[in-house]
Design a protein. Structure first.
Length: 120
């Protein structure tokens, strides 16, 4: 669990937000990226479930509150600049609102990429 001293080390941006990369605890797959403010981080620490701040709706939300696709927090790390969180979770159901397991399911082909030949 993040201690009070570590919370004070975090470098929230000018909107008092931190990006949070959510990763599958078991296989390392990146599931989604969302934002946390102090309140949502505190709620995550207290409940053991991911909670975020919606920039578009300007409100707090808990992942899975409507879909049931919750994320059980197993580990929280922060980067060397203390401005990004990595949250390792056990994912229940799909992480993406589209029904995909991960929000990162679309590809941009580039020269030499394995998918470049598939797109042509």
């Amino acid at each position: 669990m993040v201690l009070k001293d570590e919370l004070n080390e975090l470098a929230f941006d000018k909107y008092e937000l931190l990006p949070a990369v959510v990763q599958d605890y078991l296989n390392g797959e990146v599931l989604m990226v969302a934002y946390m403010n102090r309140e949502s981080l505190q709620k995550t620490l207290e409940t053991g479930f991911t909670c975020f701040w919606s920039r578009s709706r300007q409100k707090f939300w808990q992942k899975g509150e409507t879909s049931g696709h919750t994320q059980v927090v197993k580990e929280i790390l922060y980067d060397c600049d203390a401005d990004t969180l990595l949250i390792k979770v056990l994912q229940n159901g799909p992480a993406c609102h589209t029904g995909e397991r991960s929000c990162f399911y679309r590809h941009i082909p580039f020269a030499g990429s394995p998918r470049e030949k598939e797109v042509k």
